[in-house]
Each structure stands twice: as structure tokens, then as C-alpha cells.
Design a protein around this ligand. Structure first.
Ligand code: ADP
Ligand code: ASP
Ligand code: MG
Length: 496
């Protein structure tokens, strides 16, 4: 039996013993005393039941690398049973799976079915090996392989159906469906009480593809009440139903968003994001060698970093936790005792905390000496972006031009064509936004001087300062990103 199960049964036994003790004490009491004791027993019973239902509830999300190897999955089982808190465990797909599914889907869309079939077989083989390494019990191995057969048969059948966007979403959902089912079988083997809560039973998007937090709240509350004695729930990150009732997803890296939405919906005590690094670092560790973890961030700071490219968090994953004031912790599955990063309303300290970068940015400049200062000109420009549901990240204006950046260029041709009605349009693709994030940084002395000293040889295309007190953003060509992040690591943090 796991430690959590043992603790759980021990506290149940203790509560039963307490009740027996009170019962024995009743014998031989006067009627008044008896009434008082009965009342006391009732009160204790209510308190006991109340503490059982309302005991701490948390969300623990494990990313792809945290479940990507059988040994890692076993470590996750230990982490989720390390305390007695009631919890919802959110899992991503095993690392590499969603990338493989994207590839398979693209091959099917391109009509290359034989290559898609080959990729499906390769992926299937890794899963059979995974099951053999994860489980010992023959019956459970057979059960797991039956699940694999069902999911891979589904992928093979898809090869024969004509491709559609809905089918693409079904393909992409297979990773999280598989990881959660395999994990539950492992928990069963370990006799850890749990329940699989299918995300498709409670996660929903509205017709603007925004999560319906109210509906998620109601549905989850019903499910939790229905299974009120279940200590551990397992669910899929990333996947959801959309407004049409089809399977959909929360975009790449979306399991963080799922976790935050669930934590907000159940008003969790904490939302733990377990990953492969010890918290949010001060710079992108994929680009800069000497980065260090940040102990504390405010929701605003974390949201800016996530939005402006810190891959550790999905860009939208902070707002649900922030809105419902649920603390978020970023923790390392490989090093569970490391402090990680705590994200709450409080920033902890002032000054620059971190730098992040977002790639694939397109800059659009509209030059119009005739119209720029005219009343209503900016509104007309923004309406074009609104029409094509394309959000703007940065904006700067001068007397004769306005420059904006976008990260979604699907409608770039249409947008350009419509903007040409207002002036000459210049497009720069392959740009990066580098954001410097911290608490009150625009009021912190020396930041601007250190910033521009560090990047004196970088061709900065746009600067955004003062839009928020937590962020200064620069637009630079993508080819200067690595140089810029490294120079800022030295210039702003003194790290070589
Ligand atoms: P998971 O699969 O657990 O969701 P991700 O790969 O999505 O993990 O996110 C963790 C990775 O984010 C780290 O391995 C790291 O390379 C990258 N990363 C980028 N920027 C940062 C940052 N500022 N701090 C920490 N990690 C970062
Ligand atoms: N599996 C999905 C992805 O790789 C979601 C996630 O990992 O958060 O994007
Ligand atoms: Mg991630």
C-alpha cells in the first residue's frame, strides 16, 4: 500500500476509534449530560465529515518529460502520494508524442498516407515497449496493450477517412488519452486508489474558443461530489470539447492552461506545475548557459513572461489562477526538493526579474503622412486586425507612421491588402520580441541605461516602454536573439 493510502486509512481508523471512545463515555451519564454529549458527538461528526469533504485540494500537473519514460511515471506516482491532500492530477502526453501526432496529421493532410502509416507504426512500437517496462502484472499488461491496440487502430482507420480539421484534433488528442490511461493502470498495479476523470466530460470552449470557466466549475463540482471519497483524480491536460461538441485542444503546451483552469474551477489551495527544470529562470536556458531560478513572481510578472516566450508556461496559463487567486508553484520532477518558483499576488521584490523572447513575429509598418494624424486613423487600422481576429503585441507611433507586431500571420495577405487603403505598408518577417520583466521596472533606476549599454550593437526595430510597469519590450531581428539574451544576462543580471 502507498504511503498516502496508509496515512489515509490510519486517519480513518483514528476517527473511528475517537467515536468508539465517546460512545463508551456515554454510559452512565445523567439525561442532561447525555444530551450535551450527544450534541458534542454530532458536532464532532459534522466537523469530521466537513474536514473530509473540504480537506485541502490541489492540482498537480506533470508535463511530457515528467511522464515520458516508465521510470519517470513511477516517480510521478510517488509524488502524488507523498501527502494526503485530495488532488486532481493533470497529465500531458509522453514527451515526443504530440510532435509525432502533428507529423502524422500533416502527412495525412498532405495525402502521404504510406509515410503516415510508417510513423504510426513507429509510435506504436515505443508504446508497447513503454508498457512492458512500466508494468509487471500480466493481466494489467494485457489490459494496457488492449488500450494501445484501440488507440492505434483508431489512427490506422483515420488513414482511410478524408482529412478534416475535426479529424486533426482527434488525432492530436490521442497522446493525453494514452498517457492518462496507462498511468491509471500503473496506479491500479500499485493499489493506489484513484479515479480517471475524462477532461472531455468537463472542459469546454465557447464559440470564441475561450474556456467556459463557469461551466467547467459546475461540471467539476458535480463530478467531485459524486466521487467524494476518491482521494486522487487523474485527468488529461490539453484536450477539451469545443462549442460544436467536437474534440479540440488548448494549443501546444496547453496542459498548463488546463491545470490552471481546473485549479481556478475547484478553488484549489495550490496549482503545482511539475516540469523538467527547477522553476522559472531569469533567462531562456535553451539559449543562455548561466541562468538561475527565480524564487517568487507576481501573477502579472509570470503572465508577461509566459506570454512573451518563457516556454515553461503556456501563454494563457496564468490568468485563471490569478483571477481566482490560486497560488501557482513551478516545481522540478527530477529534483522535487528544489524550491522552484512561487507565483502569487505578491511580487516579492522589485527590479528586473527575467528576460524572455518570443519568435516568429511579423512587424507591419503603415506610413501615411496624409492620414496618420487624422481623427479616427488608428481606429481604422485596428479594425482591420480585429476583422481578421489577429491580435497585436507591440505598437509604436511616429508622426508619419505606425508600426505594430503580430505573432499570427495566417491573414497577413488580407490584412496588408486592406491596410494599403490607408498608406504604404512595409512588412518585416522573422523578428523576435525580447521582453524584460520585473516588478516596477520602469521605475527602477539604471534599467534603461544597463539595457541599452548591453545591446548597443543590436539593431533594435521597436521599443515598448511604459505600457505596463512590469515590462519593457524590444523588437529585434530573430538572427540577433541569442546574442541579445546573452548580452542581457551579463548586462542586467551580472551573469557570465
Ligand atoms: P513540460 O513538458 O513539463 O510542459 P516544457 O518543455 O513545456 O515542459 O517547459 C519546460 C522548458 O521550458 C524547460 O526545459 C526550459 O528549456 C524551457 N524554458 C524556456 N524559458 C524558460 C525559463 N525562463 N525558465 C525555465 N524554463 C524555461
Ligand atoms: N501534449 C501537448 C503538447 O505537447 C500539451 C502539453 O504538453 O502541454 O503541446
Ligand atoms: Mg509545457
Amino acid at each position: 500500500m502507498s504511503k498516502a493510502c496508509q496515512n489515509y486509512s490510519a486517519s480513518l481508523r483514528q476517527a473511528q476509534a475517537d467515536r468508539r471512545y465517546l460512545h463508551i463515555e456515554l454510559i452512565g451519564f445523567s439525561p442532561n449530560g447525555l444530551i450535551r454529549v450527544i450534541r458534542a458527538i454530532r458536532a464532532i461528526r459534522v466537523l469530521y465529515l466537513h474536514s473530509k469533504i473540504n480537506r485541502k485540494m490541489k492540482v498537480m500537473k506533470f508535463g511530457g518529460t515528467s511522464v515520458g519514460k516508465p521510470q519517470r511515471m513511477k516517480e510521478v506516482a510517488k509524488l502524488i502520494t507523498a501527502d494526503e491532500d485530495r488532488k486532481i492530477v493533470v497529465l500531458s502526453a509522453l514527451s515526443g508524442t504530440t510532435n509525432a501526432l502533428v507529423e502524422i496529421s500533416n502527412l495525412i493532410a498532405a495525402g502521404d498516407r504510406s509515410e503516415a502509416k510508417q510513423k504510426i507504426w513507429e509510435l506504436e512500437a515505443t508504446y508497447y515497449q513503454f508498457v512492458d517496462d512500466l508494468l509487471n502484472d500480466e493481466l494489467l499488461i494485457a489490459e494496457a496493450k488492449k488500450i494501445l491496440a484501440e488507440h492505434f487502430e483508431f489512427l490506422t482507420i483515420i488513414l482511410k477517412i478524408s482529412f478534416s480539421e475535426a479529424l486533426n484534433k482527434d488525432i492530436l488528442a490521442q497522446g493525453e488519452l494514452l498517457s492518462t490511461k496507462l498511468f491509471c493502470i500503473y496506479l491500479e498495479e500499485q493499489q493506489i486508489p484513484h479515479k480517471l476523470l475524462p477532461a472531455l466530460d468537463f472542459m469546454t470552449l465557447d464559440n470564441q474558443d475561450e474556456p467556459q470557466i463557469g461551466t467547467i466549475k459546475v461540471k467539476l463540482s458535480q463530478l467531485l461530489t459524486k466521487h467524494k471519497d476518491t482521494p486522487i483524480f487523474i485527468t488529461q491536460g490539453y484536450i477539451t470539447k469545443n462549442a460544436k461538441g467536437e474534440v479540440d485542444n488548448l494549443k501546444r503546451g496547453g496542459s498548463d492552461f488546463s491545470a490552471s483552469l481546473i485549479a481556478a474551477a475547484i478553488n484549489a489551495d495550490v496549482c503545482e506545475i511539475w516540469t523538467d527544470i527547477d522553476g522559472m529562470h531569469n533567462n531562456d536556458p535553451r539559449v543562455v548557459k548561466t541562468t538561475r531560478p527565480i524564487e517568487q513572481l507576481s501573477f502579472e510578472e509570470a503572465a508577461e513572461l509566459a506570454y512573451f516566450g518563457a516556454k515553461i508556461l503556456h501563454p494563457a496559463s496564468i490568468w485563471p489562477a490569478q483571477f481566482y487567486n490560486v497560488p501557482v508553484k513551478l516545481l522540478n520532477t527530477m529534483e522535487p526538493s528544489a524550491k522552484g518558483t512561487l507565483i502569487t499576488e505578491q511580487a516579492g521584490s522589485t527590479g528586473v526579474k527575467a528576460v524572455a523572447a518570443k519568435d516568429n513575429i511579423t512587424a507591419i509598418k503603415i506610413k501615411s503622412s496624409r492620414m496618420l494624424l487624422a481623427y479616427g486613423f488608428l481606429r481604422k487600422v485596428f479594425e482591420v486586425f480585429e476583422k481578421y481576429k489577429t491580435s497585436i503585441d507591440m505598437i509604436t507611433t511616429s508622426e508619419v507612421a505606425v508600426s505594430v507586431t503580430i505573432d499570427n500571420d495566417i491573414f497577413l495577405n488580407e490584412i496588408t491588402r486592406e491596410l494599403e487603403a490607408y498608406g504604404t505598408v512595409e512588412i518585416d518577417t522573422n523578428q523576435s520580441i525580447v521582453s524584460i520583466v520585473g516588478n516596477e521596472i520602469t521605475e527602477t533606476k539604471e534599467v534603461m541605461r544597463k539595457l541599452f549599454d548591453a545591446i548597443h550593437d543590436v539593431p533594435v526595430r521597436m521599443v515598448s516602454y511604459g505600457g505596463s510597469r512590469h515590462n519593457i519590450s524590444l523588437l529585434i531581428p530573430r538572427s540577433f536573439k541569442d546574442q541579445t539574451l546573452n548580452a542581457l544576462n551579463t548586462g542586467l543580471f551580472g551573469l557570465e
